[in-house]
Write a protein that binds this ligand. Structure first.
Ligand code: NAD
Length: 487
């Protein structure tokens, strides 16, 4: 069990205008999910700190905007080298702060790095268009310009990767940034900012403030902020989107999810079993792409076959501290979250589901553990069918036909991801075309777009137009200007 002595407590400060400064707001302890022990302290920014961070970003903007783009991305190339050199330290910090396994944390760092790499292509991605002779002697161009100060607000579950969906693109395009990580897991971004500090970015180009709801509201409402990139739960994403747009800001707000894994009678059971288990229990189910409901389609004995295979694999999962590489499932992020997930399990059982695999026994050990849990007998009208649980809990809902499965998915508010497992191209094609979700897996349990592609949540999983990552990020962080010229 990883424990950290009080004298090694780490402090999460704010990084404003190239300086580390303690926040003037209240201090909060940071707890290790694997032990429950305090491992650090975060000092929240107050109003003056937030004003200072935005002012630093605003003042840095003209110089950064006018820095030639090859020079801007050279900082990103240097950052990539620093992140690669610090790869294991970053992964370890994510485990200590968030609780996921070291393998998952390495995956997170890799995914974050991939966004830095894609943003290095900004000179091509950001280039405009031109047309000769739109009228006699007249030419026209479209040129993309940065917006100004961009705010980035992160959730707890990917403390490093999610800010990377935005930050490298924002600065490559010439914007300056204020980032606010989740107050539950501030340490990974502190490590990241140390690396960014070493690459010698001009002061004020990237700033970090710590805090919670008040900090978010102050940033989003700030008159000198041009854009807001937010990732978090649905209710907060909607609220932040409304607040940002009502203040005239450009906003992209990614919210919660309820992802279904639909298994057709012709699916390969072995392939499906491992994909479903990784989807439902990887990252302790605290992923916006986590599979939450397994839907075997059809009648007869195949139904139980997939479910039983999943239970067999899930029962063998080793639960424990994510720093031990032999463990496959770490704790959830906090005591409060553990309590919430347990309540979801109790509610589902109260609504008629039965626990074929019950992870509640793990809660007796220190830390915030819940073992893999499989609940059979979930139906579309139960709370579980439409509520995001965000823990290592998989419901099983039998559906006579694929249309029934699609109807159940349509009844949820969310539209992040869904997967189908089948050996039929026709079934796969029809599913892709009709499922009301923006990310679809075929024989893949976690349909996570690589950094070159947008992260395309639909319905209440996303509020905005331009999505995170890739070309969408470039468009989000720039505005076009058309010039029509006659000489
Ligand atoms: P959260 O909504 O509680 O917090 C997210 C951020 O918002 C944090 O920085 C927090 O400080 C801030 N915040 C919290 N309450 C606020 C309020 N009332 N007003 C303004 N700001 C507030 O989310 P979380 O628990 O940190 O993260 C888990 C959620 O994020 C899950 O719902 C998950 O599905 C979602 N998520 C979605 C995606 C996606 O791509 N759609 C990716 C990762 C996580």
């Amino acid at each position: 069990m990883a424990t950290t002595a009080p004298e090694t407590l780490r402090t999460a400060k704010n990084y404003i205008n190239g300086q580390w400064v303690a926040g003037s707001g209240p201090a909060h302890k940071i707890h290790s999910p694997s032990s429950g022990n305090a491992i650090g302290e975060v000092t929240f920014a107050d109003g003056a700190d937030i004003d200072a961070a935005v002012a630093a970003a605003r003042e840095a903007f003209p110089g950064w905007r006018d820095t030639p783009i090859p020079e801007r991305i050279r900082y990103l190339f240097a950052l990539r080298e620093k992140m690669n050199a610090a790869f294991d330290d970053l992964a370890r910090t994510i485990v200590e702060d968030e609780g996921k396994t070291i393998e998952d944390a390495r995956g997170e760092v890799r995914r974050g790095l991939e966004n830095v790499e894609v943003a290095c292509g900004a000179p091509l991605l950001m280039s405009g268009e031109s047309l000769d002779s739109i009228a006699p002697g007249i030419d026209s161009t479209v040129t993309f310009y940065p917006l100004g100060v961009s705010v980035i607000i992160g959730p707890f579950n990917f403390p490093l990767m999610v800010p990377m969906w935005f930050l490298p693109y924002a600065i490559a395009c010439g914007n300056t940034v204020v980032v606010k990580p989740s107050e539950q897991v501030p340490l990974a971004m502190i490590e990241f900012m140390r690396l960014l500090d070493q690459v010698g970015l001009p002061p004020g180009v990237v700033n970090l403030v710590n805090g919670g709801r008040e900090t978010v509201e102050a940033l989003v409402e700030h008159p000198d902020v041009e854009s807001v990139s937010f990732v978090g739960s649905e209710a907060v994403a909607r609220r932040v989107y409304q607040l940002a747009t009502s203040h005239g800001k450009r906003a992209q707000c990614l919210g919660g999810a309820k992802n279904y894994l639909v298994v057709m009678p012709d699916a390969d059971v072995e392939q499906t079993r491992s994909a479903v288990v990784a989807s439902a229990f990887g990252g302790a189910g605290e992923r916006c792409l986590a599979g939450s409901v397994l839907v075997p389609v059809g009648e007869g004995s195949r139904l139980g076959e997939v479910r039983d295979a999943v239970i067999e694999s899930a029962s063998a999962i080793r639960v424990g501290d994510g720093l031990d590489p032999s463990n496959q499932l770490g704790p959830v992020v906090s005591r409060d979250h553990q309590t919430r997930v347990l309540q979801h399990i109790d509610t589902a059982i109260g609504d008629g589901a039965s626990a074929l695999l019950d992870g509640r026994s793990y809660t007796s050990q220190p830390g915030y553990y819940i073992g893999p849990t499989v609940l059979d007998g979930v139906s579309p009208d139960q709370d579980f069918a439409g509520t995001e649980v965000f823990g290592p809990v998989l419901g099983v809902m039998h559906a006579p036909t694929v249309e029934d499965a699609l109807t159940a998915i349509s009844r949820t508010r969310y539209g992040n991801a869904a997967s189908i497992f089948t050996s039929s191209g026709r079934s796969a094609r029809e599913f892709i075309r009709s499922v009301p979700c923006g990310m679809v897996g075929v024989n893949v349990g976690v349909a996570a777009p690589m950094a070159y592609f947008p992260f395309t949540g639909w319905r209440q999983s996303f509020f905005g137009d331009l999505q995170a990552q890739g070309r969408d990020s470039i468009r989000f962080f720039t505005r076009p200007r058309v010039a029509i010229t006659r000489w």
